[in-house]
Write a protein that binds this ligand. Sequence first.
Ligand SMILES: NC(=O)C1=CN([C@@H]2O[C@H](COP(=O)(O)OP(=O)(O)OC[C@H]3O[C@@H](n4cnc5c(N)ncnc54)[C@H](O)[C@@H]3O)[C@@H](O)[C@H]2O)C=CC1
Ligand SMILES: O=C(O)[C@@H]1CCC=N1
Length: 272
Amino acid sequence: MKNLKIAFVGAGNMATSLIGGLRAQGMEAKSIRASAPGAESRSLLNAAYGVQVFTDNQEAVAGADIVVLAVKPQIIKSVCLELANQLPPQALVVSIAAGITCNSLQSWLGVRPVVRCMPNTPALLRQGVSGLFASFEVTPLQRQQAEKLLLAVGQVLWVDKEAQMDAVTAVSGSGPAYFFLLMEAMIQAGQQLGLSPEAATHLTLQTALGAACMACDSDVNPDELRRRVTSPNGTTEAAIKILQNGDFEALVSQALTAAAKRSAELATQLGQ
Ligand SMILES: NC(=O)C1=CN([C@@H]2O[C@H](COP(=O)(O)OP(=O)(O)OC[C@H]3O[C@@H](n4cnc5c(N)ncnc54)[C@H](O)[C@@H]3O)[C@@H](O)[C@H]2O)C=CC1
Ligand SMILES: O=C(O)[C@@H]1CCC=N1
């Protein structure tokens, strides 16, 4: 990675996380460029990581080995059309836009190596996980380069069918929001049961962290870990019964199905 030049088009949350990860791994600021229309995000990025910032996307991608498209799905088509004739011919394009297929990207940019990926916001703390899919044109070396880029902000998982990216988006791309919602609900319930907001928040967040660490470190599945908390006729059983009577698993399944469907819809609505 050290000899590569990487250009980010878009300088928002996800681009900033990735740039922070690359800099923390020792990538030199002079090898990283970023472009965005907003002066504030450009100057924040420059101040935090010393990277070169541009208003002009075409200027940012000049000479890049990897171009990361980190703009919203709604504007990616216009950005691609603007860049189509300006990208270095061998540059690898890495898109993080939800729902936007390799086929669409290649219809706007010309047939070229494209990696589509779906990171998530814990990337900010280098605790993310990203799903990746490579178009046919991506070389083994470019695959490694894309993987290293995303490894700078957490773990990676390649999928071999592009349609699986909708499922990745539903599980891990959007996933942090589901856990935050559960935290919100537990904090609220804790207060209703008489705890102060501070106490309810502290207990909830540390429990979420502890449970996630246990699930990651353990050699048994989450269902077994759950059973170990659940004493016969005890308090956990009383709570789980309520969740299951409310069809918790079915609700989660419906929610993830809606997210995956929306990812596929974005492909149809905003693609080609
Ligand atoms: N936020 C999330 O949890 C995740 C987001 N994504 C994807 O990442 C992409 C970026 O999302 P965020 O960083 O959250 O959005 P953001 O809104 O923080 O950043 C978007 C950036 O694009 C810039 N921009 C707007 N118009 C532009 C143009 N014409 N040319 C160049 N830059 C332009 C904005 O100034 C901003 O810096 C989206 O496509 C989203 O689907 C992927 C995984 C997770
Ligand atoms: O909600 C969204 O569309 C984006 C993609 C995954 C997380 N945030």
